[in-house]
Design a protein around this ligand. Structure first.
Ligand code: CA
Length: 237
């Protein structure tokens, strides 16, 4: 059983989602505003997750919006997976959601079957991450990446990674030396096969470079291949 927090101000939708997720065997809490959701998470003692295994977060909320909620959670170093509910066709929402630290998104209106599939996907990846602590690590360029703990160590500093940042970096490392297209990254890392603005990836690349490059504006490990995609190089010339 997973603990899911729904942050949604449309009462009937929120109750429908609760009913559906409880039928799937999850334990569900609902908050109608971002402020209430943050307060609830603040009160929980689990520093990493705030007491939830997943947050379903609507963008359009009466007070602070979903982007602000996601950004606030990531600033507090909470790494609970966030599935954002965006308006259909709003590519800007998707980009802003990823930039704020969301792990996946779903455009409204959506089918419950799709929502359930996305939720199981995020929970599976999380379970897999938790089942293999310590063992999954990689060293390059003076960095130690620990995929189990979701962190990069540089000297004495420890930089936290979100689940999706870690998954993206791992995928690039596994394909070291090969140019990978944005479309392939969206398909393989996020499981997004529908039409998506592939520039969503670029925000993640910018963030990863801050962690893994000595000079993020002049990347040597994570290079752009113009018009194609990105390539990871463990030991640049
Ligand atoms: Ca709403």
């Amino acid at each position: 059983m997973s603990r899911i927090l729904i942050v949604e101000d449309e009462y009937h939708l929120a109750q429908g989602l609760r009913f559906n997720l409880e039928a799937e065997g999850h334990s569900v809490a609902v908050e109608a505003t971002g402020e209430a959701a943050l307060a609830r998470i603040d009160q929980n003692n689990d520093q990493d997750t705030g007491g939830f295994d997943l947050i379903v977060l609507d963008v359009m909320l009466p007070g602070i919006d979903g982007f602000a909620v996601a950004a606030q959670l990531r600033r507090q170093r909470r790494y609970v997976p966030i599935l954002m509910l965006t308006a259909r066709g709003a590519a800007a929402d998707v980009l802003a959601g990823f930039a704020a630290g969301a792990d996946d998104y779903l455009a409204k209106p959506f089918q419950l079957a799709i929502l359930n599939a996305r939720i199981s996907g995020l929970l599976r990846r999380r379970a897999w991450q938790e089942s293999a602590p310590e063992v999954d690590a990689y060293d390059f360029g003076g960095r130690h990446v620990d995929f189990g703990k979701l962190e990069i160590r540089v000297g004495k500093r420890s930089l936290p990674l979100t689940l999706m940042e870690a998954n993206l970096l791992r995928f690039l490392i596994r394909h070291a030396g090969v140019t990978v297209s944005r479309k392939k990254l969206l398909e393989e890392v996020w499981g997004l096969r529908e039409e998506t603005d592939t520039r969503a990836i670029d925000n993640f690349i910018v963030r990863l470079r801050r962690y893994i490059e000595d000079q993020p504006s002049r990347p040597r490990h994570l290079v752009t291949v113009r018009g194609v995609g990105y390539r990871f190089i463990a030991a640049p010339e």
